[in-house]
Design a binder for this molecule. Sequence first.
Ligand SMILES: C[S@@+](CC[C@H](N)C(=O)[O-])C[C@H]1O[C@@H](n2cnc3c(N)ncnc32)[C@H](O)[C@@H]1O
Length: 275
Amino acid sequence: MSHASAISDHWGTGDVYSRILGAMQAAGIDASAVTLEQLAPMDHFHARGFPATKDLADTLPIKPGQHILDIGSGLGGPARYIARRFDCRVDGIDITAPFVDAANKLNALVGMQDAVSFRVGDGQSLPYANEAFDGGYTQHVTMNVPDRDAFLAEAFRVLKPGAFFALTEHGLGEAGTPHHPLPWSKDGSGAYLMRPADTVRALERAGFVKIEVTDTGDKYLEGYNRAIELAERGETPVFGNHVLLGKMAPEIIRNAALNIAEGRTHPVQFNCVKP
Ligand SMILES: C[S@@+](CC[C@H](N)C(=O)[O-])C[C@H]1O[C@@H](n2cnc3c(N)ncnc32)[C@H](O)[C@@H]1O
């Protein structure tokens, strides 16, 4: 199996959109009138969900009408939120075809096809012209990317001079050797965590400047602990992306929290600029 299909199969197979519709129905949400706010517990598919996207978006200098790239766009919640909040256009690309299919169908459901679109592709080899975008971000994607230099060089290539680039990820903590399963890997296969200092050096090698590093570990730990508490009280919401993590979701969430607490992983955000 190729690297791309191993990663894609890890994240999502089959008809993901139908599973999302099923979860909507179970939660009593009317799909024909669903709002971005109602979709948020599902379609911001990363640790901490929508609050993390909002925190990231707060740091992005996007102007109305700009064209932004989301690398590893998942189910499309972040791209839709950013398009609506900043009145900009967002293109998303993701290696997992069932996610891209669901992301485009969710777009149609909320009538955002003109502002946002998604296609299948690998961030290590982007199908866009040089200097096509006013800004780009990649939210919790790079844990699965073996060739970080290729990934960052491609992001740099497709951005205009002066464009911003933002990256959030679970870096490798000082203690190393994370417990698995985790959201991005069942057993350590397909996982390529880097220490934050090494990611800074990789961003510099790609040509990015003005690199700002923000430690997000405490916020992530708090988010995971809240999810664990809700699960212990039997109050996990019916409509949420734990549905897509499957039966292992409780163990995955416990490990994600433990890794941060033990310094095995190190959630971090990088904001930088293409000169
Ligand atoms: C944790 S999800 C995050 C999705 C989205 N960024 C979000 O914040 O909701 C990770 C995503 O990265 C995608 N991904 C992993 N490796 C990729 C690559 N090399 N190129 C593009 N997408 C990739 C996966 O398919 C998955 O959708």
